[in-house]
Write a protein that binds this ligand. Structure first.
Ligand code: 1CP
Length: 348
C-alpha cells in the first residue's frame, strides 16, 4: 500500500500515472446513495459501520478512483464536545446550542474519541479490510468547525464568527485550542485504525484576510499538523478561495495543499514554494458541461500537475448536487481520462 500512486504523490515521489479521487465522491449524485438515504439519515450511515463501509466503497468500485474517503461529516466529532446539532435536509449542519460566549466555550469538552466515537474507528477498520485503495481519514479544521457552531447554521459572511474572533480574542483562541485538541485526537484515532492519509477540511477559511488567518487560525493549524507528523501518514490541508493564503497554507505543516479552481495549479505551486504536493482543482460545475469541455480543462490541469512531482487530481470542491444530477458515467470517464492521459505523458 505504501507504494500506491496516491501515497507516492502525497510524498512528491514519481508516479506511473496521476492519482485521482473526488471530494464528496460518495453522495447525492449516486442513485444508490439516494436510495439508501430514503431509509437512513446521513448520521445513521455514519454510525453504522457496515453501511459506512458500503457507502465509502461504492465510488471506488464505480469510478475506479485511487483513494477512498471515510463517509462521515465534519460535524461528527463535535457531538461529544457538547454540540447539539443535526444535518438538516437541503440546509446542512444546524446547531441548537450555538457557541457565542466565554461560558459557551468553557463548557466544550475535550474527550477521548476512542471511548465516545467507537463506531468511527470500527468503520475505518472495516473499510481498510474491504477496500483495496488507501483510505483518507478526515476532520474539519477549527475555523470551519467554528463557523458552524458560532453561526448555528451554514453562513455566507461568517459575521458572528468574525465578531467573536476580533472582539474576544482570548475566547476565540480557547475555542481554536479546544477544537484543535479534538481534531488531533480524532485524526490520530483514524490513523491508528488504519487510515493511510488524512485531509483537514478548512472549506470556509478563505473568507479571512491573510493577516487574520495568520494571527487567529494558523497557530492552531500548525499545532494540528505537528501533532500527527510522527505517524508518518501524509496530511492534506484543503480550503476554498484560499489563493491569497497559499504561502501560509504551505507553512502549516501539511504534506499536500488542496486548492480550488480560482488559482491555477502552476500558480499554486509557485505560491506554495514547491515544498508541498498540490491537489485539485477542476471546477466541479464542469461536471455538468459537455465532455469535450471537461476533457479540455482536465488536460490543462494534468499538464500543469505534471510540471513537478507531487500532484493529485481532484475537483476544486465537492461533487455538486444538481437536478438532473451529475452522471456517474461522467466521473468514471474523467477518472479513466486522468489515468490514461497522464500515463501516456509520463511514459513519453
Ligand atoms: O445526504 C446528504 O445530506 C447530502 C449532503 C452531505 C453529504 C454527502 C452532507 C451534509 N454531508 C455529507 C458527507 C460528507 N461531508 C463527506 C463524505 C462524502 C465524501 O466526500 O465522499 C465529507 C468529507 C463531508 C465534509 C463536510 N461537511 C465539509 C467539508 C467539505 C466541503 O464540502 O467543503 C463541510 C463544509 C460539511 C458541512 C456540510 N454537511 C452537509 C452539507 C450540505 C454541508 C455544507 C453546508 C454548507 O453549505 O455550509
Amino acid at each position: 500500500m505504501a507504494e500506491h500512486p496516491f501515497l507516492l504523490a502525497c510524498r512528491r515521489q514519481s508516479v506511473p500515472y496521476v492519482p485521482v479521487w473526488y471530494m464528496r465522491q460518495a453522495g447525492r449524485y449516486q442513485p444508490e446513495y439516494r436510495q439508501l438515504r430514503e431509509r437512513y439519515s446521513l448520521l445513521d450511515i455514519c454510525r453504522i459501520p457496515e453501511l459506512c463501509m458500503e457507502v465509502t466503497r461504492l465510488p471506488v468500485t464505480q469510478l475506479g478512483v485511487d483513494a477512498a474517503i471515510l463517509f462521515s461529516d465534519i460535524m461528527v466529532p463535535l457531538g461529544p464536545m457538547g454540540i447539539d446539532f443535526d444535518i438538516v435536509e437541503h440546509v446542512g449542519p444546524v446547531t441548537r446550542n450555538p457557541v457565542q460566549s466565554a461560558s459557551d466555550v468553557a463548557r466544550l469538552r475535550v474527550y477521548d474519541p476512542a471511548a465516545e466515537l467507537p463506531y468511527v474507528a470500527e468503520s475505518v477498520r472495516l473499510i481498510c479490510d474491504n477496500v483495496d485503495v488507501p483510505l483518507i481519514g478526515f476532520a474539519g479544521a477549527p475555523f470551519t468547525l467554528a463557523s458552524y457552531i458560532v453561526e448555528g447554521r451554514p453562513s455566507r459572511d461568517y459575521l458572528k464568527t468574525k465578531r467573536l474572533m476580533w472582539s474576544e480574542p482570548a475566547v476565540w483562541q480557547s475555542l481554536m485550542d479546544k477544537l484543535a485538541d479534538v481534531v488531533i485526537r480524532y485524526l490520530r484515532m483514524q490513523i491508528e485504525a488504519g487510515a493511510a492519509a488524512v485531509q483537514v477540511f478548512d472549506s470556509w477559511v478563505g473568507s479571512l484576510a491573510p493577516e487574520d488567518f495568520q494571527a487567529h487560525v494558523l497557530p492552531a493549524m500548525r499545532r494540528i499538523f505537528a501533532a500527527i507528523a510522527d505517524t508518518g501518514v501524509p496530511a492534506i490541508y484543503f480550503g476554498v478561495g484560499t489563493g491569497e493564503l497559499l504561502p501560509m497554507f504551505a507553512e502549516a505543516g501539511a504534506n499536500v495543499v488542496g486548492i480550488d479552481w480560482r488559482v491555477s495549479i502552476r500558480e499554486a505551486r509557485r505560491r506554495t514554494g514547491g515544498g508541498v504536493a498540490i491537489q485539485g482543482n477542476l471546477d466541479p460545475a464542469l461536471l455538468l458541461a459537455p465532455w469535450s469541455e471537461i476533457e479540455r480543462r482536465a488536460r490543462s490541469v494534468i499538464d500543469q500537475g505534471l510540471e513537478a512531482d507531487g500532484f493529485i487530481f481532484n475537483l476544486g470542491h465537492g461533487v455538486v448536487f444538481h437536478q438532473p444530477p451529475v452522471a456517474v458515467d461522467t466521473l468514471r470517464r474523467l477518472t479513466e481520462f486522468v489515468h490514461e492521459y497522464s500515463a501516456l505523458r509520463i511514459g513519453a
